[in-house]
Each structure stands twice: as structure tokens, then as C-alpha cells.
Design a protein around this ligand. Structure first.
Ligand code: PLP
Length: 316
């Protein structure tokens, strides 16, 4: 049966900050009312997976790819999503439609849940699903987008893939948070972490690319297979560039012609300073600009855009 997007009238304040709508326990509610139990192992053990997709100018971007990655994480964690894939889609559309956002950040989450007797055996917990839509947000603010981010290469090692499979998008963020503080301590705006071989991995919520002589290189080992990363690789291929996934040393990063980071939260974001030195001449480069233009143009491309089923205006 299709999910009907109706906000539960019991909740009085749909405009509490941030303005947005969540779906939980079979109903749509203001996001400020969405809750998770302290007994949920998603909270106690970070035993959860999630995905984030954005809506741009009224359409989801690559929703199928985000749902596929999310369902892959659920399966790898041996969870059972308590809603069907069809309902999941309806719920995501419903959250955005009820919030009215034309540009939105939409998150779907599956947690382990809790067991009736507080058993540590994960098989005994009933898995939980929730989703929400809030206004679109970006890793980089408007000024950083214009002049490029200032990034610190930290000495923090990203949690290795032998410990947590990065194909499962997860909330194991203490390494990323530690990296952020290290970056702030050095006057930088965000951080890059290393992989277990000492090469560049990724940062808090983004992948990274180096551009050298027009070719694109992005780390492969121990990073989330970002959907924005995939999109940029495809754009690079369409533009006839050499694109490569592989080891990226700090030296190669610092010697690149251009550097940018990629995320659903911000798209393609230029980096113009690494540690205490500018990238090339410290300005946003032409390859970054060209890829950024195509990335946003693809948001209107029916191959990737899925219009949100907004609610019809109520009859007079
Ligand atoms: N790496 C990490 C650790 C992330 O959390 C994210 C996004 O949240 C990304 C990379 C970028 O992935 P995507 O482009 O799918 O947003």
C-alpha cells in the first residue's frame, strides 16, 4: 500500500529549527520531534548505517544509487530494513514534499534497534528505520566555495577497511572529528586523514581529488565510494580525461595543479591551500570549475534527476 504523506497533527510545531520533516514509526512528524532511544544500539554502539541524498531544484539527484548503497550497507550489517524499497522511496518523497524544500538534504537511517532483555547479541534486536529532510547544507560555505577551502593533512589514520568496511556508510566519525580539531588547531578549515599506508584517504564527509596535467586521481583504499566521487569520475571520462583511482601520496597532493573535495553536501568544492602552502597559485583552477559546471548541469539531466512528488495544492 503506498505511503500517504500526511503530517501527524498531534505535533504542533512543524517550523521548529531546522525546518524539516521526519518519518518514524509509520508517521511523518516535524524533524525536531524525531527521536532515537538511548537503548538503541545505533546510539550505544554506532551499530547503524545511513545514506544521504540531496534534492536540488525540486528533484532528487541519483536517488537510485543512494538507495542501492544504503540497501548494500543494511545487507552487509545483516539487518532487515523494516520497510519495503517501494515504501522507502515514498517515505523520502513524503519527507521532502511535506517540508516543501526545493533544495534539501535527505537522510535515511537503519539502526540495529534494541532487544527486549538488553542482550548484546545483535541478532536479538529489532532493526529500526527513520528518514528526514532538512534544508540543503554544504561542507563549504559560500566564501569557501568562491576562494577554495584551506585544508590540513592530519596524522590521523582513517579507520581501516579491515576493521569497518567503508562500503557500509557509517557513523564511526571519531577519527574524522579528531582530524577536524587537528585542522582547526593549525588554522585550517577542514581535514584530510591518511590510510593505513600513510597515503591520503578522505575527510569528514568528503572524498578528495588531485588534478595533474588534466588527469584526475582519487584515493581508492579505505574510503567511502562517494556518489559525488563516482559522478566526477564519470564526468572526467565523458570529457576524455585520464581518470584513476589509486594511491595518492601527500607529496602528489601538494604538487597537484588543482585539488577539490566531493560530497553530496556541497558537490565539488575547491581546495586552494594545503597546510601552509597554496595549491599551485592558490586560485580555483579551470578543471575544477569545468567539472563543477557539468556536475550541476547533470542535476537537470533525466538520467539522474527524479522530480519530487510534491503535494498538489489543496483545493480552494
Ligand atoms: N566520505 C565520507 C566519510 C562521507 O561521510 C561522505 C558523505 O557523507 C563522503 C565521503 C562523500 O560521499 P557522497 O559523495 O556519496 O556524499
Amino acid at each position: 500500500m503506498p505511503i500517504t504523506p500526511v503530517l501527524n497533527p498531534r505535533y504542533r510545531d512543524p517550523h521548529a529549527y531546522p525546518h524539516g520533516v521526519a518519518w518514524q514509526d509509520g508517521q511523518f512528524i516535524p524533524v525536531s520531534e524525531a527521536k532515537i532511544s538511548v537503548l538503541d544500539y545505533g546510539f550505544l554502539h554506532s551499530d547503524a548505517t545511513y545514506d544521504t541524498v540531496h534534492v536540488w531544484d525540486g528533484a532528487f539527484f541519483r536517488l537510485d544509487a543512494h538507495i542501492e548503497r544504503f540497501l548494500g550497507g543494511v545487507e552487509r550489517l545483516r539487518m532487515t530494513l523494516p520497510v519495503s524499497t517501494e515504501d522507502l522511496r515514498d517515505i523520502l518523497h513524503g519527507c521532502v514534499a511535506l517540508s516543501g524544500h526545493r533544495r534539501s538534504y535527505v537522510e535515511m537511517i537503519c539502526t540495529r534497534g534494541w532487544s527486549p532483555d538488553f542482550s548484546r547479541d545483535p541478532r536479538k534486536s529489532g532493526n529500526r528505520f527513520l528518514a528526514f529532510a532538512v534544508p540543503y547544507g554544504s561542507v563549504a560555505n559560500a566564501e569557501q566555495m568562491r576562494r577554495g577551502l584551506h585544508v590540513r593533512v592530519t596524522d590521523v589514520t582513517r579507520i581501516p577497511p579491515g576493521s569497518v568496511n567503508p562500503a557500509i556508510k557509517n557513523y564511526h566519525w571519531l577519527d574524522l572529528i579528531g582530524g577536524l580539531y587537528q585542522a582547526y588547531d593549525h588554522g585550517a578549515e577542514t581535514a584530510l586523514l591518511l590510510d593505513s599506508d600513510g597515503n591520503i584517504a578522505e575527510g569528514p564527509g568528503f572524498n578528495v581529488f588531485a588534478v595533474k596535467d588534466g588527469a584526475l586521481l582519487t584515493p581508492e583504499h579505505g574510503v567511502l565510494a562517494g556518489i559525488t566521487r563516482r559522478t566526477v569520475l564519470e564526468i572526467g571520462q565523458e570529457e576524455g580525461r585520464e581518470v584513476r583511482e589509486g594511491a595518492l601520496s601527500k607529496e602528489a597532493l601538494c604538487a597537484a595543479d588543482e585539488v577539490f573535495v566531493t560530497s553530496t553536501a556541497g558537490g565539488v568544492m575547491p581546495v586552494t591551500r594545503i597546510d601552509d602552502a597554496p595549491v599551485r597559485d592558490g586560485t580555483v583552477g579551470p578543471v575544477t570549475e569545468a567539472i563543477t559546471r557539468t556536475y550541476w548541469a547533470w542535476h537537470a539531466d533525466s538520467r539522474y534527476a527524479e522530480p519530487v512528488s510534491y503535494l498538489a495544492p489543496a483545493p480552494e
